[in-house]
Design a protein around this ligand. Structure first.
Ligand SMILES: Nc1ncnc2c1ncn2[C@@H]1O[C@H](COP(=O)(O)OP(=O)(O)OP(=O)(O)O)[C@@H](O)[C@H]1O
Ligand SMILES: [Mg+2]
Length: 254
């Protein structure tokens, strides 16, 4: 049984085939690494799964009952339990750190317009619950001391962690991370490895794009390699490291 099953998706931009017939599956609790040289199509693949782009062909099935989500809009997909972070950090710069996390939990906040106009005990209790949960997530990532600071004012590595906290606030079943360690120093990368392992221990599956093999290899149960939009290899990390096609396409260029 898969949590995510992508079958033969393709996406072109004009004449450029960014993704061609790519299939992958992720089981519950699995960490899958997605690697490949610059421009291989990794981010496009994420965008096709998360509803930012509609794939030209192929299907995406997701959830406990493998329901088709191909071409659904982003918020519908996120509502079903898929959350992501972005290669270029996308935070609400003018909101506080805490507010950024609370926004991530929006699907769980039941408050309606009526609640806003006539606040009830229930809507207040709901909101308090999410404020507490948001603080817990900030504490988990060691950034709760910034809770009331503007998101744009905190250090870069902490902004990366805040993106993760926000993604987790919607209580996803699957978390997609697009280069979460980009720009981090070795200590920050080590912390990130530990956080991702802990997130998996909580039962969340993860698909991670990352250039740093020291992050990908120890973390992943399975690694999928893209090159020029096509899947050229898939296997356990130790197999992938030895695969001549991969060495030629990717590792060899490092
Ligand atoms: N919106 C778009 N319009 C046109 N071309 C695009 C668009 N998005 C991506 N591309 C092209 O598709 C190809 C795949 O890009 P993509 O960003 O998916 O690669 P990537 O593997 O994430 O690369 P990187 O490691 O540099 O992040 C590239 O040639 C890119 O220029
Ligand atoms: Mg990318």
């Amino acid at each position: 049984m898969s949590l995510l099953r992508v079958d033969n998706i393709s996406k072109s931009f004009g004449g450029l085939k960014a993704i061609q017939n790519v299939s992958i599956s992720i089981r519950p609790g699995e960490i899958v690494g997605l690697i490949g040289p610059n421009g291989a199509g990794k981010t496009t693949f994420f965008n096709c799964i998360t509803g930012i782009y509609k794939p030209d062909a192929g299907t995406v099935m997701f959830g406990d009952y493998e329901q088709e989500i191909t071409g659904l809009v982003s918020y519908m997909i996120s509502w079903r339990g898929m959350a992501r972070t972005f290669q270029n950090i996308r935070l609400f710069a003018n909101m506080s750190v805490l507010e950024n996390v609370i926004v991530g939990a929006h699907k769980h906040i039941r408050s309606s317009l009526v609640d806003l106009l006539f606040p009830s005990k229930r809507s207040y209790a709901d909101e308090m619950k999410f404020v507490r949960r948001a603080h817990e997530l900030l504490e988990f990532f060691g950034i709760d001391r910034y809770a009331n600071d503007l998101a744009s004012s905190i250090p870069y590595g902490s902004q990366r962690r805040l993106e993760l906290a926000r993604a987790l606030a919607c209580e996803p079943k699957l978390l997609l991370l697009d280069e979460p360690a980009a720009g981090m120093n070795p200590q920050e990368k080590q912390d990130l490895l530990e956080h991702i392992s802990e997130i998996r221990r909580q039962g969340i599956s993860i698909l991670i794009v990352e250039h740093d093999m020291k992050v990908i290899m120890p973390l992943s149960d399975k690694v999928v390699v893209l090159d020029h939009g096509e899947k050229i290899a898939e296997g356990r990390p130790e197999e992938i490291q030895k695969n001549p096609l991969v060495i030629e396409a990717y590792l060899g260029k490092q």
